[in-house]
Design a binder for this molecule. Structure first.
Ligand code: SF4
Length: 232
């Protein structure tokens, strides 16, 4: 993936957006959110469809250099940075970018779709992640349907195992997308895919901006998880 920031000696990290302040995306932490540009999934329920293309072509754009400059100033008194997307593990400079955040004294939360366990393993081994959140899109038989692409299930399983065994705080989450998922699917995910002892949440589906126009009129019907969970 081409990244113009590489030429300036900055991490090769394509920035899709930046939110300076959040109280709800990093549990227990006042944080900023960095959105990486580009995703290898095309989830029909995705409400960040403009982050899927490898290159940002719209009006909103934040240069990596500008974001780093803002984070260095720390004017929002934040403690952590959520690195989300898009899919951050596609960024060639992710490791360097996370190392820079750690050097600045931030705690790092990484959001991932779990498609690249090799990258996750490296990041965990290097101590660059303090909190990991992985979306478990669906029970295995529906994984490609909810991801919008053919998914390497072994990679998903490996990522779940790695995150659960990483020793860092983590959470698994599913967006309950009706009519693509049913209550039984959530129970299957909860009992068969979420490791014992890991936190699991079912998220509200925001239908308005769903990637698939056919989903834009559907509504969330409530708590469907098969085990106790809390909202983020
Ligand atoms: S919801 Fe799916 S398509 Fe959208 S950014 Fe996340 S993994 Fe990618």
């Amino acid at each position: 993936m081409h990244c113009p920031e590489e030429k300036k000696g900055l991490p090769a990290f394509s920035m899709g957006g930046f939110q300076p302040f959040t109280l709800s995306d990093y549990p227990g932490c006042v944080a900023s959110i960095v959105f990486s540009q580009g995703c290898n999934f095309k989830c029909p329920f995705c409400h960040n469809g403009d982050l899927i293309p490898a290159r940002w072509t719209g009006e909103r754009f934040t240069a990596t250099s500008q974001v780093i400059h803002k984070l260095k100033k720390k004017r929002w008194k934040i403690e952590g940075v959520v690195v989300s997307g898009g899919e951050p593990t596609l960024q060639p400079g992710l490791e360097e970018f996370l190392a820079l955040l750690k050097e600045m004294g931030y705690k790092v939360k990484l959001d991932t779709n779990g498609s690249r366990p090799g990258i996750l393993k490296e990041l965990f081994q290097k101590g660059l992640v303090d909190f990991a959140a992985m979306d478990i899109k669906a029970p295995l038989k529906k994984y490609s349907l909810l991801s919008g692409v053919v998914v390497d299930i072994s990679a998903i399983m490996k990522s779940i195992e790695l995150i659960a065994g990483s020793g860092v705080q983590h959470i698994f989450r599913t967006t309950f997308v009706e009519p693509l998922l049913e209550e039984e699917d959530i129970k299957s995910i909860s009992s068969e895919l979420v490791p014992e002892g890991s936190k699991y949440v079912v998220q509200k589906f925001i239908s308005q901006n769903a990637l698939d126009p056919a989903l834009r009129s559907t509504t969330f019907q409530g708590d469907k998880s098969g085990r106790g969970h809390s909202a983020m």
